[in-house]
Design a protein around this ligand. Structure first.
Ligand code: HEM
Length: 537
């Protein structure tokens, strides 16, 4: 049927051409089969392998086009081991190699955009790209997770989350945050005094645990027992460890991805239980104290609103929920909470680790932070946190912003090319490739931030760093910009302010302290050796 249709609509010359190609194809195929029949099994296998190698190379060269990248690809796997053990200097070399550069790992062609403007173009081109996190993220976070939604569906879903990060909501989370800081300050002291007898210990893991505990308190309040908080804090590390830029395509038992999937499943299960509890508690009319409470309350208010409308009851405009939501099931809620944890855990841990290192190495700045925090509380360090208090900490905020500029936790954000993307006049990113806007070069651009390798909070007060909004890509930009950015910065400001008043800390500098390690985000290579002592009032 199809051939009749084709014949009736095509021109005679096209028909002739097609017959010629068909004959040529047949001849080639016959020749190929004749050649194969003359070969033994090994020779056939070798020939097929060589053909696959050639196809792999040619497709790489074709996709690479005019941009910078290795002339040839290591057959099939490409620089897979570099992706498994990332080296920060190699990333820097890649950024320096050209505005656009590439690698190909297994089946994945990866384009790295190093300039501020190409990075911004990618972030702001939702018609051509969508976030892909990394391949394994779909398996760990589940493919139906909201964070993989695209276009209108994503915008709509996100609108429903905005209510969780309003000023009113952020203020409600502060007492929980403060409680966790205080508990961990004692833990820091115990670690130095009791566990390590005054000797320095590595704090990167302890800061990860602290950040996880703070996030969990903000996200799910007291629904999660302390034992589960500890378990999640310990095991979430395996989720991060599984998130290489490009993974082996299948999950093999007892490998990093397998352990990561197990940990992710455990967290999803815990969050589902929290969601069920929140639904019961919020139905009693209790006041919301965490993100989960706010969200469930919004869903339940929406249900009531819909029910009234269905009964024909007129609802005054002021009673209409800001965003009418459907009632999500426990697992859907759990998946969204998981994305918050996933998005926040590594980035805030990285920022926290550098913040404590940078302050220990610059006691005069730490002292200024301390003075500012005491003054904002009229000399009484026990005054509770509030958003107004955090807003008034100009210098502490500058310190935090400079930490984020100097050591941006998220250096690259992987996106997937949905359709051929003309990223520059001379290069079009092929559909299906991964395209990665880089953040580090924009925050180390000497035109925006003079002497970018100097840590200098003053640039945010007397300098014009605040005006360099185009370069401030620390939290991304465009439709997927970080949902938690205000919360994240307030968290760091509040934590540093309190720590400065209650603790002293010393850094044991090693030859690796200034070397940057990439573990999803950035950390000091030696994992930061510190000692803590109590500060008297
Ligand atoms: C210092 C801490 C943090 C940094 C540096 C950071 C950075 C980022 C970056 C670079 C993105 C990608 C933006 C884009 O593609 O344009 C992102 C997305 C996101 N972040 Fe953060 N983040 C931090 C903390 C947090 C926290 C605490 C939360 C949650 C409470 C959070 C929730 C999210 C979510 C949900 C997304 C995805 C948004 C979407 O796809 O619509 N982040 N973040």
């Amino acid at each position: 049927m199809a051939s009749v249709m084709e014949g009736s609509f095509a021109s005679p010359s096209a028909d002739a051409q097609r017959s010629f190609l068909a004959i040529a194809d047949k001849t080639l195929l016959t020749q190929f089969l004749d050649t194969l029949t003359g070969l033994n099994g090994w020779q056939i296998a070798l020939s097929l392998l060589l053909m696959l190698v050639a196809y792999d190379q040619l497709s790489y060269i074709w996709q690479k086009g005019s941009i910078v990248g290795p002339a040839f690809k290591i057959p099939f796997m490409g620089p897979f081991f570099e992706a498994v053990w990332p080296d920060f200097n190699k990333y820097k070399a890649k950024w320096a190699s050209g505005d656009l550069s590439c690698v190909s790992v297994f089946h994945k062609f990866v384009i790295i955009a190093s300039t501020r403007d190409t990075a911004r173009k990618i972030f702001n081109s939702p018609a051509f790209v969508k976030p892909c996190v990394v391949d394994i993220a779909h398996k760990l976070l589940r493919p139906e997770n909201w964070v993989f939604l695209d276009g209108k569906a994503h915008v709509e879903y996100r609108k429903g989350l905005n209510g969780l990060f309003t000023r009113t909501a952020l203020a409600t989370y502060l007492p929980g945050q403060e409680e966790v800081y205080e508990r961990y300050f004692q833990k820091f002291l115990d670690q130095t005094e009791k566990k390590n007898h005054g000797k320095p210990s590595q704090y990167m893991h302890i800061f990860r645990e602290l950040m996880c505990a703070v996030s969990l308190r903000t996200f799910v309040g007291h629904y999660l027992p302390d034992s589960s908080v500890k378990k999640i804090a310990d095991d979430f590390y395996m989720v991060t460890a599984a998130m290489d830029l490009v993974n082996f395509p299948i999950i093999i038992p007892f490998t990093r991805t397998w352990y990561g999937k197990k940990a992710a499943d455990m967290v999803l299960d815990e969050f589902s239980k929290c969601a069920a509890m929140a639904k019961v508690k919020m139905a009693t009319g209790a006041a919301p104290i965490c993100i989960l409470d706010f969200w469930v309350r919004q869903m339940q208010d929406s249900e009531k609103y819909r029910a009234k409308l269905a009964k024909g009851i007129e609802v005054p405009a002021e009673e209409k929920p800001a965003h009418v939501l459907r009632l999500f099931d426990d697992f859907e809620i759990s998946m969204a909470l998981m994305t918050f944890l996933f998005a926040s855990q590594d980035a805030t841990s990285s920022a926290c680790t550098w913040m404590f290192q940078l302050m220990a190495d610059r006691p005069e700045m730490l002292d200024r932070v301390r003075q500012e925090n005491l003054a904002a509380r009229n000399g009484d360090r026990d005054v509770q946190l509030s958003l107004e208090l955090i807003d008034s900490l100009t210098y502490t905020r500058a310190v935090v912003k400079e930490v984020l500029r100097y050591r941006p936790p998220v250096i690259m954000v992987p996106y997937m090319v949905k359709k051929e993307f003309p990223i520059t006049e001379s290069y079009t990113a092929p559909k299906g490739s991964m395209i990665i806007p880089s953040v580090w070069p924009a925050t180390h651009d000497p035109e925006a931030y003079p002497s970018p390798d100097v840590y200098d909070p003053e640039r945010w007060i007397t300098g014009d760093a605040e005006k360099q909004t185009k370069n401030w890509l620390v939290f991304g930009t465009g439709p997927h910009y970080c949902l938690g950015q205000t919360y994240a910065q307030n968290n760091l400001i509040a934590l540093l302010g309190k720590a400065s008043m209650f603790l002293n800390w010393d850094h044991m500098v090693t030859e690796k302290s200034e070397i940057v390690k990439v573990f999803a985000t950035l950390f000091p290579m030696d994992d930061l050796y510190l000692t803590f002592t109590k500060r008297d009032a």
